[in-house]
Design a binder for this molecule. Structure first.
Ligand SMILES: NC(=O)C1=CN([C@@H]2O[C@H](COP(=O)(O)OP(=O)(O)OC[C@H]3O[C@@H](n4cnc5c(N)ncnc54)[C@H](O)[C@@H]3O)[C@@H](O)[C@H]2O)[C@H](O)CC1
Ligand SMILES: [K+]
Length: 495
């Protein structure tokens, strides 16, 4: 059974380091293993005897660089090393590591980068705390302008390990070697775009030690939720695979609901019904086949429909309209205690009224699926939610505030649960940026919850499956394609 991949913050990584050292592994051994891992990758990607320039910084990231430099020199490469600052300012393990280097030490920013076959970026790692200025900035700019491949140690210098943001300027690496576990910056944008392929080197920090940090952030991959996906058995029939209800917009705004409805059916909801305002019944009826249709006129109509307990999952939002009526429908849905997905207009209708959603969803499984514009508008005025520099922290706070699982969509979609668990998705594709893609996602998530999948797993699986389906199509993808691509992705997952 593949274990879900932990993603550790720099602080948790430091805790894991310290615990490993406290358990008897000297810090210099961790650094030596880190440096050796860097040298091994450098050797794999550089012809023997090639020219390698190592840019070392003032901290332990630089220490890793010193270890890699002397190992590669011993292995016959032409190695030059440049240091930011001077050698006698090095402390601790970095100072120890530097003693093995017997070659010259130049100024980091003045290395002949254009002559290199490979540049090793050991300038900064997780200890960066402010924008790069002066020689540090110059070194990064010159590395990037050299046009030569850069191997980043732990993470590309200039990237913030926790948030993935850029401290003024950042290395554009061809490849990154990190240690023990990936950090958020390897998955969050723009950090991810600076890393190239990321290799995780084992430096002797055990999985138990990583888990003991209390980390509750994962890479969103099937290992995180595959076991929670429904696998229909012989006894399955449409009535025990849930019944998803999707509220439709008015006569000229019915497509979004049908996209969500078809996706819910395709992901396996036993039954799906579109709840349609009277003036749109004809339009919807003309387009629906396996998806059923019920008249539903506003909040009162929804209250009447929901007297039927069999509707156990609900999608509200796609093209529902931004107004008080939509807010009233959300209130009816919350009262009915059904699994609930709120998207688009159901979120925007609460713009500036997020306080009405405070702990509103704690009693029944609910997933909110805003994109960043909807998120920022919904929580405008709530600086405690919008201000944290970490996207993960912002989504976690929104989840805790509302009592719902929150999916903040983007190239690096983050899913967070009120209980603190979070996942970062990385299989998204630009082709999903098309009208109706979000409507489809809301149907996928609701369709999974209709089958009994819990909210966090349904949201995480839904995001991944939706992205995988989109990626399987590629250029020319439109939302209408997505639902019919889901079976292929499910077949791959469940085989
Ligand atoms: N288990 C592991 O992951 C291991 C990681 N290792 C490496 O250690 C670094 C973290 O080392 P640290 O010394 O904490 O930080 P940095 O090396 O990133 O350097 C920070 C250093 O630089 C100064 N500084 C901060 N911002 C700036 C700035 N804008 N301009 C100039 N100087 C700046 C700050 O004062 C610090 O002194 C980790 O990334 C790994 O590479 C271990 O080697 C092995 C185990
Ligand atoms: K680095």
């Amino acid at each position: 059974m593949i274990r879900p991949e932990f993603v550790l913050t720099p602080l948790e990584m430091k805790q894991a380091d310290a615990a490993t050292i406290a358990a008897g592994t000297p810090g210099i051994d961790l650094m030596s293993r880190a440096g050796r891992a860097v040298a091994d990758v450098a050797e794999r990607v550089t012809a023997r005897g090639g020219r390698i320039l190592v840019v070392a910084g003032p901290g332990n990231n630089g220490g890793d660089g010193f270890v890699a430099a002397w190992l590669l020199a011993e292995r016959g490469y032409g190695v030059s090393l440049g240091l930011l600052g001077n050698r006698d300012r090095l402390t601790g393990d970095a100072a120890k590591a530097s003693r093995h280097w017997t070659g010259d030490i130049g100024a980091a920013e003045d290395l002949p980068f254009h002559e290199a076959d490979l540049i090793i970026d050991a300038l900064f790692g997780t200890g960066l705390t402010r924008n790069l200025e002066g020689a540090a900035r110059l070194a990064v700019e010159r590395m990037n302008m050299s046009g030569q491949p850069i191997l980043a140690v732990d993470l590309p210098s200039g990237i913030d390990g926790e948030t993935g943001s850029v401290w003024g300027v950042a290395v554009r690496a061809a490849r990154t070697v990190t240690f023990a576990a990936r950090k958020p910056c390897h998955l969050l944008m723009p950090g991810r775009a600076h890393c190239g392929p990321v290799e995780v080197a084992d430096i002797g920090i055990s999985p138990e030690t990583l888990a003991a940090t209390g980390a509750d952030l994962w890479a969103n991959q099937p290992a995180l939720w595959l076991g929670a996906l429904p696998r229909p058995g012989l006894a399955s029939h449409k009535y025990n695979r849930g019944h998803t209800l999707v509220a439709s917009g008015g006569a000229t705004r019915t497509g979004a609901a049908r996209l969500a409805a078809r996706a819910a059916l395709r992901i396996g909801s036993g039954l799906v019904t579109v709840a349609s305002p009277p003036e749109a019944l004809g339009v919807n009826a003309a387009h629906l086949t396996a998806v059923m249709l019920r008249g539903c006129d506003g909040p009162e109509g929804l209250h009447t429909v929901l007297k039927d307990e069999r509707f156990n999952a609900l999608v509200l939002g796609p093209a529902l309209g931004v107004h008080a009526n939509t807010r009233a429908m959300v209130a009816v849905a919350v009262q009915a205690r059904r699994s609930l997905v709120l998207d688009a207009d159901a979120l925007t209708s609460f713009e500036g009224l997020a306080s009405e959603l405070h702990q509103a969803f704690r009693h029944s499984p609910t997933v909110l699926t805003p994109h960043s514009g909807e998120f920022n508008r919904l929580f405008s005025g709530h600086s405690d939610i919008l201000d944290p520099p970490s996207k993960i922290e912002r989504v976690r706070r929104a989840a805790f505030y509302t009592g719902a699982v929150v999916v903040l969509k983007g190239a690096d979609t983050v899913i967070a649960s009120p209980d603190g668990r979070a996942a970062i998705n990385e299989n998204g594709t630009p082709y999903l940026a098309t009208a109706g893609s979000g409507d489809t996602l809301s149907g996928v998530i609701a369709g999974l919850m209709a089958q009994g999948v819990h909210a966090f797993e349904a949201a995480s699986a839904g995001v991944w499956i939706h992205a995988a389906a989109g990626s399987s199509f590629g250029p020319g993808l439109i939302a209408e394609d997505l639902a019919d691509l889901l079976p292929g992705t499910l077949r791959e997952l469940l085989k």
